[in-house]
Design a protein around this ligand. Structure first.
Ligand code: FE2
Length: 239
């Protein structure tokens, strides 16, 4: 059941419409329950959208893109806009029957940067488990390569000039109904059973195509000059 028709940003600009879930609310079971997905999407994700609509009413931000709002705002407007972007990216970082290993150019980049996909998995899970409090766990392109990072609260790579490749929600509302306080088990299920490597690979390929000289960001230090706006094009193209 897609809920988007009931959760549209009525009257708002087209680009601020809440994006629909890319799958049924029960599609990620048994790893993430339909109850968690529905609550997460309807109450939390849509809640940020509703709050932003109120916050930007009759302000210049009302006609700005979501990414422009994220790059130029602060306070509650930034927090709510960033949470909309983060959740859109999170839903698309997963798919039913996901997991496994990345292929193609992303697989090669992971091997160059981490040594192996298994090492990436260990580092990703460790970073997520050790992150204190609410936030987000990311695989990003950073300067001349890939790296794993976490951000606090609503913060996101776009604000730091990095390009998001993959993300996991570390807020308790993402896993508490299914895993209680066992964030590590949730992250294992995310990585082993749900990761959408096709989405991550598309993000990587688009980042590589945008990099100077059309080289993968991990292949040349020239990519340090890549503009922060790259991530906007990457996300739009991947959804
Ligand atoms: Fe969330």
């Amino acid at each position: 059941m897609h809920l988007a028709r009931e959760l549209l940003f009525h009257g708002a600009m087209e680009h601020l419409r809440l994006k629909p879930l890319p799958y049924d609310t029960h599609a990620l079971e048994p790893h993430i329950s339909g109850e968690t997905v529905a609550l997460h999407y309807e109450k939390h994700h849509a809640g940020y959208a509703r709050k932003l609509k109120v916050l930007i009413a009759d302000k210049p931000e009302e006609t700005a893109s979501l990414e422009r709002i994220i790059l130029t705002s602060d306070g509650a407007i930034l927090d709510n806009a960033a949470q909309i972007w983060n959740h859109d990216f999170y839903w698309r970082s997963m798919q039913p029957d996901g997991g496994g290993a990345p292929s193609g150019a992303l697989n090669g980049a992971i091997t160059r940067n981490f040594g192996s996909c298994e090492k990436l998995r260990r580092d990703f899970l460790e970073a997520g488990a050790s992150h204190f409090g609410s936030g987000w766990l990311w695989l990003v392109t950073h300067r001349d390569g890939l790296r794993i990072t976490t951000t606090h609260d609503a913060d996101l790579p776009l604000r730091h000039g990095d390009t998001a490749i993959l993300c996991a929600d570390l807020w308790e509302h993402a896993y508490y109904l299914d895993y209680r306080n066992e964030r590590a088990r949730y992250l294992e299920a995310f990585f082993d059973r749900l990761v959408n490597w096709e989405f991550a690979g598309a993000n990587w390929s688009r980042a590589a195509a945008k990099a100077p000289g059309n080289q993968a960001p991990g292949a040349s230090r020239q990519s340090m000059a890549r503009p922060a706006r790259l991530e906007l094009a990457t996300f739009r193209s991947a959804t």
